[in-house]
Design a protein around this ligand. Structure first.
Ligand code: HEC
Length: 139
């Protein structure tokens, strides 16, 4: 009896340990594999979400989503000299040009500002709606 226990214990230990090791290794590999597998999908999802997200389910332009995904890279940080969202001093003289001028710049680009914020998939209406939003935040 004692001999069996003495023999069985290490065997069981070895089996348990190798099972554990095998499992944890398998999990690590599968995490990596999963990441590699979903990466292209995730990228496509991201790339597709900006224009697709432009129109909210109700058919209304999701202005905040467009701003966050397309415009905020520059207009939140002020990158490339972009007037920051809500910065009245930066926006004042621009707003004074009139909305049409702002629409024109946003649609066609101006200096470091790319046309449609660099996302040609946006409709003119989406871009104009975001310009309205930016202007409203700076008033
Ligand atoms: C790559 C950076 C960048 C992105 C992305 C970007 N902008 Fe701009 N934006 C700028 C810069 C820089 C200026 C200032 C241009 C100038 O007056 O020289 C600017 C200026 C503007 C102006 C003022 C134009 C004028 O005539 O004074 C509006 C309106 C505007 N952006 C709207 C948008 C909207 C809407 C988006 C998203 C769809 C967007 N921008 C995305 C960089 C960017």
């Amino acid at each position: 009896m004692n001999r069996i226990v003495r023999l069985a214990f290490p065997v069981a230990l070895v089996i348990t340990t190798s099972l554990l090791v095998a499992c944890s290794q398998k999990e690590e590999v599968s995490k990596e594999e999963t990441a590699a597998l979903i990466a292209p999908v995730a990228k496509v999802e991201l790339a597709g979400s900006a224009p697709a997200g432009a129109a909210a389910p109700g058919g209304k332009v999701d202005v905040k989503h467009v701003f966050d995904t397309v415009c905020s890279a520059c207009h939140t940080t002020g990158a490339a000299g972009a007037p920051k969202m809500g910065d009245k001093t930066a926006w004042g003289p621009r707003i004074a040009q009139g909305k049409e001028a702002l629409y024109h710049s946003a649609l066609n680009g101006k200096n470091a500002m790319p046309a449609k914020g660099g996302n040609p998939a946006l409709s003119d209406a989406d871009v104009k709606a975001v310009v309205d939003y930016l202007v409203a935040q700076a008033k």
